[in-house]
Design a binder for this molecule. Structure first.
Ligand code: ZN
Length: 409
C-alpha cells in the first residue's frame, strides 16, 4: 500500500491543517517531498472545507463564504524538479472516503457567486447525491442514476513570482473595468481568509495579501474542472519553482462539461493515489504553455445521446458575433426546457446538466455571425425514455419533488 502523505480530518477545520492552503503563492512551503517514480496517496477535504451539509436546506449554499475556497492539499515537492520541466502525474486512482459516501451540487445565489444560468436561477438551491460504489443517485432528482467519472477539479504546480504578478495584474485590470458588478468579473487577492499552509508571521501576512485566488484555471492548470482528467489519466504539468510544488483538491464524483452549476459538480471529499515523474526541460522540448493530458483507459460508456444545439443569439433575440459562451447557454436552456416536459422542475434539469456525464462541444466557430455549441445528454442515465416520438413526452414526475430552495434571500 502506498503511503498517505497528507491526511485530512472531515470533522475539523481546514485552517488547522498546515498541509492545506487556499491561495497560490510561490513561497508556500512544500510539506512533503517525493522522488520521481514514487506513488503516494493525498487526502483532500471538499472544495468549501465542509461548509455544505448533507441535508435538505440550501441556506448553506446561499451563505457560503466563497473567499475561503478552494482548500488544496499540498504543496508536494518532487526531488530534482526545476523550472521548465514537465511534471508527469498519473492518476492511479481517485475515490471517496468510506465514511463519506455522498456529494453535493448547488447553484449559488446571484448575490453570492452566481453561475452560468444565474439570470434564470438567481436563488441558492442544492441537491445531495449518494454514492453506491461507482454509481450515484439523488433524493432530490429522481429518475436518473449513472456511473461516476471521478476526478480532481483542481490540480497544478505553484507559480513563480513573475507568473503570480502577471495573474494579479491582468485579473485586476479586468475587475477594474466594472468594479461594482455582481457577481464580480474576477476574484482578487483577499488576505483575511487566506490559509498559507505552513507560512507564519509577517511572511504569511505579505504572501496572503498577494496570493492568487484559486477560482480560475490558469497556465499551470489549477481549477480547470475537466471531467475527463479522471482516474487512469496522465497529466503533464509545467514546473515554475524548484520542486514543482504540486497541490490539489476540489474532487468531483461526476460533472457535466462546463460545470455549469458552479457549486459545482458532485462535490466531495476524498483521496488521490498518484505517481509522479519528470521530463527534464519538457516545457521547451514540447512547446508547452498550459498542461496537456492523456485520458483514462476506462470510463463510463454512455453511447446514446440526445444532442441539443444552441447558437449565439441570446434570450432576448439579440444577435452576437460567434460567441460560444452564449451559444452553449442556449444549448443548455434548450435541454432544460425539453426535460421540463417530462415533469422535472427547471432546477432539477439544471442539476442534471451540471452533474451527469454530459458532453459540451464547440461545433462551429466560423459560420458568421453564429457560433454553434452542442450539449450531448446521455439518454441511458434516465430510468425512462426521453427520446422524442409521435405520442409526445410522458410525464415521469408530477413536479412535486423539487430541489430544496433557501428562503429569505
Ligand atoms: Zn468543484
Amino acid at each position: 500500500m502506498a503511503d498517505t502523505l497528507i491526511k485530512v480530518d472531515l470533522n475539523g477545520s481546514a485552517y488547522d491543517n498546515d498541509k492545506i492552503h487556499n491561495r497560490w503563492h510561490p513561497d508556500i512551503p512544500i510539506v512533503e517531498w517525493v522522488s520521481p517514480g514514487d506513488d503516494f496517496i493525498i487526502e483532500t477535504v471538499d472544495w468549501t472545507g465542509g461548509q455544505i451539509k448533507n441535508d435538505d436546506d440550501a441556506a448553506d449554499v446561499r451563505d457560503v463564504d466563497l473567499s475561503q475556497v478552494h482548500f488544496l492539499s499540498g504543496p508536494v515537492g518532487i526531488k530534482g524538479a526545476q523550472p521548465g520541466d514537465l511534471l508527469v502525474v498519473e492518476f492511479l486512482d481517485v475515490g471517496a472516503f468510506p465514511e463519506s459516501q455522498w456529494g453535493f451540487n448547488g447553484f449559488f445565489s446571484k448575490k453570492n457567486g452566481g453561475g452560468f444560468l444565474t439570470e434564470h436561477f438567481p436563488e441558492a438551491q442544492k441537491s445531495i447525491w449518494d454514492f453506491k460504489g461507482m454509481f450515484t443517485q439523488s433524493r432530490h432528482v429522481p429518475g436518473v442514476s449513472w456511473a461516476g467519472l471521478i476526478h480532481p477539479g483542481l490540480i497544478g504546480c505553484l507559480p513563480d513570482h513573475k507568473m503570480l504578478n502577471e495573474w494579479n495584474t491582468r485579473e485586476k485590470a479586468l475587475y477594474d473595468t466594472e468594479p461594482d458588478r455582481v457577481p464580480a468579473l474576477a476574484t482578487l487577492p483577499y488576505a483575511e481568509t487566506a490559509h498559507m499552509g505552513r507560512m507564519k508571521g509577517d511572511d504569511a501576512k505579505k504572501a496572503a495579501a498577494e496570493g492568487a485566488r484559486t477560482v480560475p484555471p490558469r497556465e499551470h492548470g489549477g481549477n480547470c474542472d475537466i471531467k475527463d482528467l479522471s482516474r487512469g489519466s496522465t497529466c503533464y504539468f509545467p514546473v515554475y519553482v524548484e520542486g514543482g510544488g504540486l497541490s490539489m483538491g476540489d474532487l468531483h464524483f461526476s460533472q457535466g462539461d462546463g460545470e455549469i452549476t458552479f457549486c459545482g459538480a458532485i462535490e466531495m471529499a476524498g483521496w488521490l493515489h498518484l505517481r509522479v515523474n519528470l521530463i527534464k526541460g519538457g516545457m521547451a522540448k514540447y512547446g508547452i504553455k498550459n498542461p496537456i493530458f492523456k485520458p483514462s483507459p476506462i470510463k463510463p460508456e454512455y453511447k446514446d445521446h440526445l444532442i441539443f444545439e444552441g447558437i449565439s443569439v441570446d434570450e432576448g433575440g439579440k444577435q452576437h458575433y460567434l460567441d460560444v459562451h452564449i451559444a452553449y447557454r442556449q444549448a443548455c436552456l434548450n435541454a432544460i426546457e425539453y426535460l421540463k416536459k417530462f415533469g422535472y422542475s427547471g432546477a432539477q434539469a439544471y442539476a442534471i446538466l451540471g452533474t451527469a456525464p454530459v458532453q459540451g462541444h464547440i461545433s462551429g466557430v466560423v459560420d458568421i455571425p453564429n457560433a454553434c455549441a452542442t450539449l450531448w445528454l446521455p439518454t441511458e442515465i434516465f430510468d425512462f425514455d426521453i427520446n422524442p416520438n409521435a405520442e409526445g413526452p410522458k410525464k415521469f414526475i408530477d413536479g412535486k419533488i423539487d430541489v430544496p430552495l433557501a428562503k429569505d434571500l
